[in-house]
Ligand binder design. Structure first.
Ligand SMILES: [Mg+2]
Length: 238
């Protein structure tokens, strides 16, 4: 593929962007939880996912956990936070198995897209993660496609802090106006990157409401659309 000369690098979020089509981890766990007979409404369930994620980051073995082990540990921690009656009857694998299978199918679909993009641009992952992004990307056979991986749990700086993007850009030896940020989270991925002068792509399902003004530069439902977008003639951008 021939890259547009002004674009050198693509920064991608991981969770919800590479492992799903714009859907965060919490709603994906929730779908599995409801299928397993869980009764909490989503607003009560979502904070449990966040709390489990914090606990996950504190596990002594976290730095070595690959993708499957991470999801298993997350689901196990999440189940301990459920109401006692549910914790007793919902096995963690009921949450982990469907989550993992779906993520794997999505990554399998995305891998050739990322391979083609990696042939035209330098790629980075910029993720709010738990210090084990690299083992996860290795297990998913993705790490070879990225020049740079930035894990907030390793760097000690999280999105939306602009310094995490500047760190990635410096490691990629490029600058904001020559790079795009691609992610599913407007607050964490899109607005801070746009604030630095990067172009941005928001990955979001068709039904998700987009604020009427400001970034992103473009919106896609799937990262497959990136190839057309990046190869199309320059468009007038806000
Ligand atoms: Mg995300």
């Amino acid at each position: 593929m021939t890259a547009r000369p002004e674009t050198e690098a693509l920064l991608l979020d991981f969770g919800g962007t590479i492992d799903a089509d714009g859907v965060h981890w919490a709603p994906r766990f929730y779908e599995a939880y409801r299928a397993a007979g869980g009764a909490l409404p989503y607003p009560a369930f979502e904070p449990l996912v966040t709390a489990a994620d914090v606990a996950l980051g504190r596990l002594p073995e976290i730095r070595a956990l690959g993708f499957r082990a991470t999801i298993d540990a997350h689901a196990r921690l999440l189940c301990t936070l459920l109401p006692a009656s549910e914790a007793a009857r919902i096995a963690p694998t009921r949450l982990a198995d469907p989550f993992h299978a779906e993520a794997l199918a999505t990554v399998r679909r995305h891998r050739p897209v990322l391979e083609r993009l990696a042939a035209g641009y330098r790629l980075a992952v910029v993720s709010n993660f738990t210090g084990n992004l690299d083992p996860c990307l290795t297990e998913l056979d993705l790490i070879r496609l990225f020049t740079v991986t930035v894990d907030s749990g390793v760097l000690g700086i999280s999105k939306p802090d602009p310094r995490i993007f500047l760190h990635a850009l410096a490691a990629l030896e490029t600058r904001p106006d020559r790079a795009w940020m691609i992610g599913d989270n407007l607050a964490a991925d899109i607005r801070p990157a746009a604030g630095l002068g990067m172009r941005t792509v928001w990955v979001a399902p068709a039904g998700r409401t987009q604020p009427p003004d400001g970034p992103p530069t473009a919106r896609v439902e799937r990262i497959e659309e990136l190839e057309d977008l990046l190869l199309s003639p320059p468009r007038r951008e806000r």
